[in-house]
Design a protein around this ligand. Sequence first.
Ligand code: ATP
Length: 920
Amino acid sequence: MAISSTQRLPVLPLPFPVILLPTARLTIPISRELAERLQAVLHDSDSNQPRVIATVPVPPPPDPSNVSSYPPPLNGTGPVHGTAARIVHLVPVRTLSASVSPHQPYVLSLHGLTRIRLAQPLDLDSQVADSLSERTVHHPPADQTPSRGAVETFKDAALRLLDRLAKDSVQSQRKDDWLRVSVMVEDVPDHRSAWMADVLVAAINCAYADKLAFLAATTVEDRLRHATELFVKQTSISEVSQKIANAVDESLSRQQKEYFLRQQLAAIQRELQILHTTNNAGPGVPSGSPGLKIGGPGNEVDDDDQADADDLTDLKKKIEALEAGSEERKLGVREWKRLKRIPQGSVESGVIRTYLEWLTSLPWPSAALSSSVNQEIIKESGFLAKARAQLDADHFGLDQIKRRLIEYLAVLRLRAVTEAASQVSVPQQPTLQLTAASAQPADRNCARKGVKGPILLFVGPPGTGKTSLGQSIAKALGRPFQRISLGGVRDEAEIRGHRRTYVASGPGMIVQALRKAGRIDPVILLQVHYEIDKVGQSNFHGDPAAALLEVLDPEQNHAFNDHYINVPVDLSRVLFICTCNALDSISAPLLDRCEVVELSGYTYDEKINIARRYLLPKQLRANGLSESLLALTDSALLRIVTLYTREAGVRGLERALSTVARFKAVEWVNHLDSIAGTEGSDTMPKGWQSVIKEEDIQRILGVPRWDGEEREREEKIGVVYGLVVTGMGEGGLMPVESTAVPGSGHLKLTGSLGDVIKESGEIALSWVKAHAFDLGITAGKGIDPLKVPDPIDIHLHLPAGAQKKDGPSAGVAMTCALVSLLTGVMAPKDMAMTGEITLRGRVTPVGGIRMKVLGAHRAKVQKIILPWANKREVEHEVALEIRQQMQFHFVQTIDEALEAAFGKGVLGWKREVMVMESRL
Ligand SMILES: Nc1ncnc2c1ncn2[C@@H]1O[C@H](COP(=O)(O)OP(=O)(O)OP(=O)(O)O)[C@@H](O)[C@H]1O
């Protein structure tokens, strides 16, 4: 049977929504008045006993619009259920903060003990007055053990709720707390389960009304049932809200997410932009006003900004000006968009801008090109005559070459005319009607077809006018002229450009030249120097020679691929002219694509003419003199040409003339100063020597460089002079020296000789050995002149030892040197020779005859021995005046060469042998 007890306790009404459940703790702020009454209560009570009061929650008056929000007080008048509570603290609030009300300066802390029931319902109207008035309260009977079923149902509901709460907890500490409580619930004995229900209900968040109803449940069964209902309800609320959260999450569709992300991205970009413009603009410029010009003209920071903005606008315009639908435009637009996305001032932005500047400043083919100026010039009726006049105006002599160039230009003109005709006829063919969209590429192809032609290759020694001929052609065609020197090019990228991934990348030489020219059809002169082909073969940086081939090949160059530009560049309209000093510097595939035009060098006469008509006037202009102030006699010019310069071209001559002009300029200035103020100083002053004579030259140019070279040439046993063409394409003399040393019949060859020239030496020696008796070297047939009478070695040397030499043309000279050595007969020092020999004693033709003859002439050689087969070349290519000044011996056999070299009958020839041989 339940035990109930009655007691008188001070009753503290708790205003809505405060409620204190048994086992729970409550801390609330209270008024000073209430605090004082509580202190009075505490004062009255037995100090050994904890002071207990009754707390009664007072629900708000029911809302007429929501009648179900709170259950009405059980007895229909006022609240009767409450909790007996121990006063834990009653303290004044010491620190005043915003959360502390001045009307409630005390804090009361209570610990809920047991349920109570008021004997009389609390009168709600007089509750303030009744505060802490003592009333009779009933304690419900002590806890009994509830039924097993009720306990299990309670535990199930409690565990489910705790599990849910643990799952929903974000903080791991809280999660752990809930799990620990679960363990306690599992372990709690049945008779303590009602107490556990109090603990749990006090701990969870649930509605005020539910807590009130739970407080009113006095029996244990009732409490468990109420708690179970409450837990189930809370669990389902939690589950439902979780489900809703998930559902909301899912319902945030991909587009919405994308939308949000885009919004965020845009916001980030805006922020970055503002940040950047703030940084760039400096403190004086409001952020968010990029490029806005404020302040006067002295505001350099803004000027820069403005210039930058203008540059960008220019760039954009240039991109827009690129032909619609073209590759270059597509790439330009793509890069422009990238540029806009990247923050300005970044490295990447600079790289893209540089690229776009290159891309837009290159000349690209357009449909309008077919009517461009050059096409018109070449189609004009007097074009060839004008071109000829241009070539004549710029160059002296070179008749054959000019004729060849005129032929070349005539072919170009014919092609241009034919091309124009075929283009006109295109629209008349119904099958070729094109839409506007596809017209562009077709036009480009069409324009490309007509301009293919052979590539001119000017070969000749330095200073012979190769470059200036190219310039004249460009002038005649009315096209810009560009020169590219390929000397020292080791890397393909120099021709083809570096990829943009490479630091400090840029386009190659060809694209650079095209940009400088500003048109797609310039004349480009490629100077292929001697070194290039030696190193131009494949190396680890790619093959420059292969890139060059692609540039020059008409089949490929309409879509030349520059690694930097990365859009096919049309080079098919470019007129390429190559120049080199010697043909052996050109690789075979390149040579195959070229049409060779040889410039071999000038005679003294030609040089004097060039000097008088072209070089001197040029130097006078360059040095601020006039013709009336400086003139050179023919003999003075000849002296310069012969003693101060010894070259195939005229570059050294031009330099010498420039020295003369400068010398005279100084004299002229001094002269003017000396007669300053005297009459006639503005016209030709008295006493001025304008003409430079032969004897003045040494005073101006110093000691002649080449004077005495002839005197140094020796007439010596075992020495003859051969003719060579140097790597620079110049002809000249080369001594072939031989000497006999004690030895065992060997031949020693020195002077950086190649295999072919070494073989020539061996052939020469074999021939001499074989004919030693006939030549009177040995006393009988079959005797080795290197063993009898004394064993000797022969040393053959070709100075200068550091220069590489090769080729078969020294055969005749080597034979003559050996014959001279072994017979003791000397060859005259004003004689030079060239020619390849065979073992049977034939003399076969060699190359570079004109250059060799001119070189010999410059070296003041009087007699020259040449292969018979080269006779026609000499007659056609060597100027008559030179031929008249020299004595030519054209030989078919070595015998004839020896006779020409040493004189008829000088050697001990056996006539019969010669007759026999000539029959061979
Ligand atoms: N026949 C000529 N008439 C007038 N001037 C000439 C003639 N030949 C050469 N020149 C002048 O000689 C100078 C050098 O000529 P250019 O530069 O064309 O030589 P190059 O053959 O190209 O030499 P390199 O092989 O070294 O490049 C130029 O001033 C050129 O005008």
